[in-house]
Every structure is written in structure tokens, then in C-alpha cells.
Write a protein that binds this ligand. Sequence first.
Ligand SMILES: C[S@@+](CC[C@H](N)C(=O)[O-])C[C@H]1O[C@@H](n2cnc3c(N)ncnc32)[C@H](O)[C@@H]1O
Length: 222
Amino acid sequence: MSGKRHSENFRPGRVPGHSDGRLYSPTFERNHQPVIAALLARLGTEPGAALEIGSGVGQHIQAFARALPHLRWQPSEPDPIHRNSIDAWSAFFGNNLPAAIALDASREFGTEIAQLAPLRLIFSMNVIHIAPYGVASSIITTAAHRLAPGGWLGFYGPFTEGGLHTGEGNANFDAGLRADNPAWGVRDVDELAALAIAAGLSQAELDVMPANNRILWFQQPA
Ligand SMILES: C[S@@+](CC[C@H](N)C(=O)[O-])C[C@H]1O[C@@H](n2cnc3c(N)ncnc32)[C@H](O)[C@@H]1O
């Protein structure tokens, strides 16, 4: 990963030749297959409900729902243009994914997702570093209340480990994020683990992903 600004990592455009609201994210092709492999390895085939937070343009959740059909997938996204794209992808594939909910994770959102709980999975890709720290802590706190016993919380993206970046590209990316918005920035595995453990979730586990990304996992005790 080179020293990209966040806007270069997530620059959705219209699907060429279509005006149905579907937006296309270039990162989808690069990262969805390794993420699906990690989800399958972590979650197995046990059924349950799965919530994605910050579904973006909605391509990932389509692929997740096809690869893990034993989970009932719920997209969510605060941006109305993105929600429109998520729902347009669902219509395009003709699946039965529910409409994206307008979930802003910057505050506790347990009530908004109460009807989905208890959840087998809460998953969020490339969100908590492009948002104030309160988004990460609110997701952790809400997950501790709404995950089923044995359920998983997963954060995909770049992280520091023990305060250290896992590559020079991530250090440059982090500096770019903080220049864009001082409240943003690559989050630290140990800090998030301390929050999660204080909230009652388990010790962190990490899956190594391509391009110096990780999935940081926490589990609800069984
Ligand atoms: C970089 S995009 C990632 C989208 C998608 N998950 C992906 O990996 O391609 C970040 C997304 O986080 C969403 N987001 C920003 N602040 C948020 C918040 N407070 N709660 C939930 N989602 C948020 C944005 O609207 C955007 O769709």
C-alpha cells in the first residue's frame, strides 16, 4: 500500500453505462476474496444475524451474503447516496437483503439494532479510521450488548500494533488521514482491545490481510 489519502482508497463512481444508483468501489475487487475467506474461517456455518456497519456502496455485503448465505445480512450506512447504492445492488442481484438502515455509529445504537439481536456477527470495514474515535468505542460497547454468546465483532482495515505501523504505506496513509481531519486516524489494536475487554468482550485476535491490512476480532463469551 502506498501513501494514499483516504479519498484515493475509497473513490466510488457510477457503474459505467447504468443509472440505477449502483456505485462501484475500486477497492472491492482487491479485498473481498481474502475477507470472505477470513469470515468463513472465523464463523463457520452456524446460522444467525449479521450486521455490517458503514456498508459504503454495498458491494461487499452482496459478496458476503452470497458466500455466507446461512447468515441473515443487514447492511447499514449513514450516507443516503451510499444507502441508495446498497439497495440498488440488492435490486440488481435480486436477492432478499433488507434495505440498508441509516445507522450512525458515532453514538450508542443498541436500540436501533435491537430487532436484529442477538447477532452472530457485527462487521465493519474501513470505517473506524475514517471517523472519530467515538465510532470505534460505540461499536465495541454496542457489540458487547447485542452480540449473541460466541458472536464476533470484526474490524477490517489498517491498524497500529503496540503503537507501531505495520508498514510505511500505512504510516503515510495515517498522516494523510490526520491532515484531512485531526479526529481521524489509524487505530491501535491494543487500545481497542483494552476497550473491548473492559466492555466484556474477549481478547483480540488478528487475521493478516493483503496490503498490510488486518481483521481485528473480538468475541462475546459463550
Ligand atoms: C472508506 S468507506 C468504506 C466503505 C466500505 N465498508 C468499504 O470497505 O468499501 C467508509 C464508510 O464509513 C461510513 N461512515 C462514516 N462515518 C460513519 C459512522 N459514524 N457510522 C457508520 N458509518 C460511517 C461512510 O459513510 C463510508 O461509507
